[in-house]
Every structure is written in C-alpha cells, then in structure tokens.
Design a protein around this ligand. Structure first.
Ligand SMILES: [Mg+2]
Length: 258
C-alpha cells in the first residue's frame, strides 16, 4: 500500500517538475529499479538488465539475477516476449521478400534450434526462468522427451522462407546423440523439411558455439551455399565468420551461451 502511495507521489512530482521545466514532450513514467508488478528491487532495474543482455552489453553471465526471476518469468510468459519475437520475424521476412533470388537452390537461411525454432519455456518455467544454475542432466532429460513446442513466430517465418524458395539449414549446439529426438520433435511441431540438420559433433567438444557454428557455416559456403539470412536467440549464433548477409536476434533473457 505504502509503495503505491510513494509511486503516486513520485508521479506527481515528476509531472510537476516536467511542467516547471517547460518540457513539451510526454514524460514516460517508468518505474525506476523495479521488477515485475513494480516491486522495488534494490540496485537493479530488471528491464535495464534485459535490454543490456539483448544488446550484448552484458555478456558471459551464468544466471538471471535472482531478483529478476519474477520479471523474466512475466516477460517470457506474457505478451512482450511474443511481441518482440514477432518484430524480429517480421523484419526477417521483409528482408527475405526484398531479395532477388536466383532460384538455383543454393540460397539458404540458418536457423538455430533452442529458443529459436523450438521453445524450452515449459522447462524453464519450472526452473526459475534461468535464475537457477544450468543443470545439464535435467535439461538433457527434458530434451530427450522431444516435446518442445515450436516458437510460433519462427515457424511462420520458416514457412514463408520456404515458399520464397529459400532452403533452411539448422545448426544447433545439440549433440549428435540427440539427432533422432530432434528430428522427430521438429517434424511433430510443423518443421517438415530442411536442407541440413547440423548437430555439434564430437570434434567440436570443448569449443565455443561461435567457433563451432562459424566453422560449419564456412563448410556450407565452401559447398556453394549462399547464407542469405541467419536467425538465433544467442549472439554466438550470429557472431564469428560467414554469419550470413543479415542476422536476426530473437529475444532470450534466460541464458547465455558463448
Ligand atoms: Mg538457441
């Protein structure tokens, strides 16, 4: 109750200061240092943290700050995650539609899988939305269920790209041992066809996603493919070399992969 009162008084203060300063523009009344539902969080704005993460200003983080678990959960399960994903997919589609494609079957679009093509949100909803430390045993058991839903915006983009004559190549950090379950899962949720499904082979064990994915993209280019676009939820999907003519970053404030 007192928090609402403080916020109300602070609002009046900000608005009145704005008029005294003769500001003609609208002052957006963002709640400073607040998490979900406006709860006060000391020393951190979870919204600022998320923006910095998406912009790749905060890197190498291992877990979502504990005080931002609720904020990230609301973001992921609410409308904003879907809206943000839609903007990315729409921009990717507009770009793809602008291309003059040769029609020789060599134009390809790279899709990452986890949090790009398939969603692990049902898993993360039960594991603190990234605020709990990553547990490979539990996560791999979840992947082996093969029940990940599609990200609707990505599935829509996938279908539209195919209709434009662009082939899809998946490059994922999942290992070869997960090829069968991944194939079945992809097909079950609507990804019916692809040019290649590239999984992380044992030769790459211990290497970063940037090194592995760059190397695989180079192999594709050597084979004559033109990477017209590349979409992923991690910067490591989109950095390195042979990244493609344009890259598209989907939101993911739940984990960081280098
Ligand atoms: Mg991913």
């Amino acid at each position: 109750m007192w928090q609402s009162l403080v916020f109300f008084l602070a609002t009046i203060l900000v608005v009145s200061q704005g008029s005294e300063l003769g500001l003609s523009h609208q002052i957006h009344l963002l709640r400073p240092k607040s998490g979900s539902g406006g709860a006060i969080v000391p020393n951190v704005s979870c919204l600022s943290w998320r923006v910095a993460v998406e912009a790749h200003n905060i890197i190498g983080w291992s877990t979502v700050p504990k005080e931002c678990e609720g904020y990230v959960g609301h973001y992921m399960l609410g409308h904003q995650y879907r809206k943000d994903s839609k903007v990315v997919a729409n921009e990717a589609l507009l770009y793809a539609q602008s291309l003059n494609l040769t029609g020789d079957g060599k134009d390809v679009w790279i899709f990452d899988i986890d949090e790009t093509t398939l969603s692990n949100l049902p898993y993360y909803a039960e594991h603190g939305f990234g605020a709990e430390p990553y547990n490979s045993t539990l996560f791999n058991a979840w992947v082996l269920k093969g029940t990940q839903p599609a990200l609707p915006e990505s599935l829509n983009l996938y279908k539209k790209l195919l209709s434009l004559g662009i082939k899809v190549i998946f490059i994922t950090g999942r290992g070869e041992s997960q090829r069968n379950v991944t194939t079945t899962n992809l097909k079950n949720v609507g990804y019916h066809t692809w040019e290649k499904l590239i999984l992380k082979g044992s030769a790459y064990s211990g290497t970063t996603a940037v090194v592995y994915k760059s190397s695989e993209r180079r192999n594709l280019v050597k084979k004559g493919y033109r990477i017209v676009g590349n979409i992923g939820d991690q910067w490591s999907d989109l950095l390195g070399h042979h990244v493609g003519n344009r890259t598209f970053k989907l939101p993911d404030p739940m984990y960081y992969i280098s």
